[in-house]
Design a protein around this ligand. Structure first.
Ligand code: GCU
Length: 615
């Protein structure tokens, strides 16, 4: 859930707070600014103000002015640039809007990795983990008329035991996580103006029993009273031209209550690739006759399920999607991408005839909104990445996984583009009791928040791992395939001609699950002979052979090539390329600088020739 500093505790500790003020709050090097109203994505409550320009970044004794989002190690290819550091971001601002007459919340969309946040020297709280948002209420006793100073200490060091993506620390004290650990305020920061009642969670979930049925839309909203007095709030909702009420509740000071409602949409216009119909939705909170907050979003009506024959149906039509996995990484921006470069990546997916995307972590809300608008499907994964079973047995690791699962569903549940919530990537391929418990617990946690989507997990495919009972609660599986690129344990995936029989084994193991081929790729960074690993010719032939096999499996729910665009990874990475280009991961079909490799055209030609929805 989004973080809230307990308002009551703060109200009791003005003296403590005053004492803390004595602690030197980092002096902001820039004059106070009045933030501008607006947001970098659409869905959400009104009253959002961007804190983007003129942040002071202090690191290693130096100080510079930056704009947020910011990754402090977006450039630089050496181990020194790679190794995680600590920094403090400071921003001075005047309260906009109605100022001290209102309540205020600060919202961080993504900080990598640990954040400690203070306001005018008063500690607001801490948060661990990138890629999902968190918020703190700004207690009135902490706020000042005039200049206020927000300070965020960011510690990007991933320890070996309790951090995601799991970072084993190598002999050189190098994190071994599967991508470059960009540090900083990687996505934007907002002030949110609240008039007593804040809707800090809104879930709009259409359910479509059949392709020609009426849809039932359920609404859930958490109404949070930020004021010091009890408030009587009434919530209403609109869906397209229809409206409903979520009821009235009396909220105690600091209290939260969940209100729900539903309505029926007859003859709905469905959302799917090719015709991504979206309905405008609002959820409004009123106190008396006064509207105090309006949440607006767009969502679509669609169904995703697996039938008794194990065929994955989107709106009742067989799905066999084609697409790409991607990382948030762009030259010069690093992991702090702009909407413009996010859109360029989505353009490439569509230029290749792709209708699906996957990542190892929740993406920026703008990407999901664009996927909603473009009719792209999303495998949405939390970075429970290559966590060893011994780590998974530790309560703090499981609690962090729960935090990611909960925060991801709460933040992204309204996007019709998301069809799979993935709880992990490449845990141990032998699913023992620890992982079995993790899967069962995670599936139940996600289902309680959203039962309208598939719940999956990606794993590394090896013939010797056989069928795993522990995957039982999952409705989707993602198998990562590198036959004929890696050799695997005991050389069992060295021969790409074994891929087809392995896929048939997977289907026999899990006849009633949605099976996605979530990863397959071959590194390529140079011209050369087709029989030499690492050449463009080898990659093109390997892609043609591998996709050729995937195209013979009509029961597949889809596949995403690993990856769309090259990304930065630890400097010693070679990915089994005899001549690697440090620190780049180069299985992509587009270079880091945006140049398409020959394999892009191979994929595009085969993707466009393949029926992805309906047959
Ligand atoms: C794994 C992992 C990826 C990684 C890939 C590779 O499947 O999920 O993050 O990049 O292997 O080895 O290229």
């Amino acid at each position: 859930m989004l973080r809230r500093f307990p308002a009551l505790l703060l109200a009791l500790s003005p003296l403590l707070a005053a004492a803390l003020v004595a602690m030197a709050a980092p002096a902001a090097a820039t004059a106070a600014q009045t933030p501008t109203r607006g947001a970098l994505y659409q869905d959400g409550p009104d009253g959002r103000y961007l804190l983007d320009s003129d942040w002071t970044l202090e690191q290693d004794g130096s100080r510079r002015t930056v704009t947020v989002p910011n990754a402090w190690n977006a450039t630089g290819d050496t181990l020194k640039d790679f190794l995680p550091k600590i920094a403090t971001y400071t921003k001075s601002f005047d309260l906009p809007g109605a100022g001290l007459k209102r309540d205020w919340v600060v919202r961080f969309e993504s900080v990598n990795y640990r954040a400690t946040v203070t306001l005018n020297g008063h500690r607001l709280g801490t948060h661990q983990g990138a890629f999902t948002p968190f918020e703190f209420v700004l207690p009135r006793s902490f706020l000042r008329r005039g200049a206020n100073t927000l300070a965020v200490r960011v510690d990007a060091r991933h320890r070996t035991t309790m951090d995601f993506p799991f970072a084993g620390i190598g002999s050189d004290n190098e994190p071994s996580a599967g991508w470059w650990p960009y540090g900083g305020l990687l996505r934007e920061v907002y002030l949110r103006e609240v008039d007593r009642v804040d809707l800090d969670r809104v879930a709009v979930q259409p359910r479509l029993p059949c392709a020609t049925c009426a849809a039932t839309v359920s609404f859930h909203a958490d109404a949070h009273n930020l004021s010091a007095d009890a408030q009587r709030a009434t919530l209403t909702a609109t869906f397209g031209s229809q409206r409903t009420t979520l009821g009235t509740t009396v909220l105690s000071a600091g209290g939260t209550s969940t209100l729900s409602g539903r309505l029926v949409v007859r003859n709905p216009r469905l959302w799917e690739p090719g015709s991504p119909t979206l309905y405008p939705v609002t959820v409004t909170a009123k106190i008396g006759k006064r509207t105090v907050q309006t949440w607006s979003l767009k969502t679509g009506i669609r169904s995703i399920r697996v039938n008794s024959n194990g065929v994955t149906l989107l709106n009742g039509k067989p799905l066999n999607a084609r697409g790409f996995s991607l990382h948030e990484d762009w030259p010069g921006e690093g992991g702090a991408q702009s909407n413009q470069t996010r859109d360029e990546q989505l353009d490439w997916i569509q230029q290749a005839g792709g209708t699906m995307l996957r990542s190892h972590y929740p993406l920026h809300p703008h990407v999901y909104e664009e996927a909603d608008r473009r009719g792209l499907l999303v495998w949405d994964e939390v970075p429970v990445y290559q966590i060893s079973t011994s780590e998974l047995s530790k309560a703090p690791v499981r609690e962090l996984a729960d935090q990611y699962l909960r925060d991801n569903v709460v933040a992204n549940v309204n996007h019709p583009s998301i069809i799979v919530w993935s709880v992990a990537n490449e845990l141990n391929a032998k699913v023992g009791s620890t992982q079995t418990r993790f899967i069962k617990h995670s599936v139940n946690l996600v289902k309680r928040l959203d039962d309208t989507r598939l719940i999956g997990q990606a794993y590394a495919g090896y013939p010797s791992s056989g069928c795993q009972k522990g995957y039982g609660p999952l409705t989707a599986l993602g198998v990562n395939l590198y036959f004929g690129w890696y050799t695997g344990r005991l050389g069992e995936i060295a021969d790409r001609t074994q891929l087809s029989s392995y896929l048939d084994q997977v289907h026999r193991c899990y006849p009633h699950k949605a099976i996605f081929a979530t990863e397959w790729g071959a590194e390529a960074n140079r011209d050369g002979p087709a029989d030499e690993k690492g050449t463009y010719a080898f990659q093109s032939q390997w892609v043609r052979d591998t996709l050729g096999v995937l195209d013979t499996k009509p029961w597949l729910a889809g596949t995403t090539y690993w990856t769309l665009q090259e990304f930065r990874i630890r400097p010693d990475w070679d990915g089994s390329n005899p001549y690697p280009t440090s620190p780049l991961h180069q299985k992509a079909v587009i270079t880091y600088d945006g140049v398409k490799k020959p394999a892009f055209d191979v994929l595009a030609q085969m993707y466009k020739a393949h029926a992805q929805l309906g047959r």
